[in-house]
Design a protein around this ligand. Structure first.
Ligand SMILES: C[S@@+](CC[C@H](N)C(=O)[O-])C[C@H]1O[C@@H](n2cnc3c(N)ncnc32)[C@H](O)[C@@H]1O
Length: 318
């Protein structure tokens, strides 16, 4: 991803880091850790927090350099000790609290500016933004990078599960002329994908299959199954999706996975750590464990993209 794109995306998403710092301050995390390192459960009890959500906040604090993790215990980093403990000479916690009090104004900024209140958020328009966002980010560099790296020679049928706008299917089909793809997704997503496929002139090689992985399988005869950004932590039902992928693949078939992954210590990187707060993210070894359990072999990292914080895995059905 080039620096211009990175900088515009940072401007769009920086509120997440701000909010993590503000909320950690409001919960009294740094003050509580002033007395020494604590496990997340103990910290949750002392700060009146829900353990599972606090855990995610603490991971994000580590990724922001505010906390340090040693095995299962958290401690303040040097910057937190200097700036976030009341009474210290360079204490900035009151300023962070002041910034947090103004959150509401910034949330309502659009209405402050418009002559008339903004129209209420339309769920269909929101969904369209979400799906086209996937298209934007893939074209910003991730797509080119994986298409240059993954060897799909000899593969004929790619199943793109939860393929969204179909951008990966498009790029893979362009790169490998003998490949055809099946884009499987919810009907409302495929309405958008079909527009893109038609625009790109690939409707003949990429067919759309409306459905839900909750009720449908992934068909049969697939040479490649792509699970891109659909395995976001435990709530994303990884065992079910990986089993359906496995059952649909031919022997020797390839599984390709892309996702935001935490390191095994669960202290970062930053983008997966922030993503984990709202949606969820596996660590590398957790995801590899699921892939292994589903019966796949030779699972390995194929590509790491530090700026978007994405990791690609490849594995084989024996
Ligand atoms: C984060 S997007 C990923 C899109 C694409 N794979 C990519 O990486 O650009 C998740 C996709 O999962 C789809 N999805 C959500 N629930 C689904 C379900 N129950 N069955 C099939 N697809 C679903 C969404 O419509 C969306 O396109």
């Amino acid at each position: 991803m080039n620096e211009t794109i990175q900088s515009i995306l940072e401007s769009g998403w920086n509120y997440r880091s701000a909010r993590v710092l503000q909320v950690a301050g409001r919960l009294g995390i740094f003050e509580t850790l002033c007395g020494g390192p604590l496990a997340a459960t103990e910290l949750a009890a002392r700060c009146g927090a829900r353990p599972a959500m606090l855990d995610k906040l603490l991971i994000a604090c580590c990724a922001l350099g505010l906390l340090i993790k040693d095995r299962d215990r958290y401690a303040n980093s040097q910057i937190a000790e200097t700036c976030l403990i009341p009474g210290r000479e360079l204490y900035q916690g009151d300023m962070i609290a002041h910034a947090a009090h103004q959150w509401g104004f910034w949330t309502n900024l659009e209405d402050e500016i418009r002559l008339e209140p903004a129209p209420p958020a339309d769920p269909q328009a929101r969904h369209r933004d979400f799906i086209l966002a996937m298209h934007n980010i893939t074209l910003a560099g991730r797509g080119k990078a994986i298409v240059e790296k993954a060897d799909l020679s000899g593969r004929r049928q790619l199943f793109d599960a939860g393929g969204g706008p179909g951008t990966y299917s498009i790029l893979f089909c362009r790169r490998w002329p003998d490949l055809k793809a099946i884009l499987f997704d919810l009907p409302e997503t495929l309405v958008i994908a079909r527009e893109i496929l038609a625009r790109e002139g690939l409707s003949d090689r990429i067919c759309t299959r409306p459905g839900s992985w909750d009720t449908h399988d992934f068909g049969c005869g697939n040479d490649v199954v792509l699970l891109s950004n659909v395995l976001h932590g435990p709530a994303s039902q990884p065992a079910m999706k990986l089993r359906k992928a496995y059952d649909s693949l031919v022997a020797g078939g390839m599984l390709l996975i892309q996702d935001f992954l935490l390191n095994d210590e669960k202290t970062g990187p930053l983008i997966p750590a922030l993503f984990n707060v709202m949606v969820g993210a596996f660590s590398r070894s957790e995801l590899l464990g699921h892939v292994d359990q589903a019966g796949f072999r030779d699972a390995a990292v194929l590509l790491e993209l530090p700026e978007p914080g994405a990791t690609w895995f490849v594995a084989t059905k024996p």
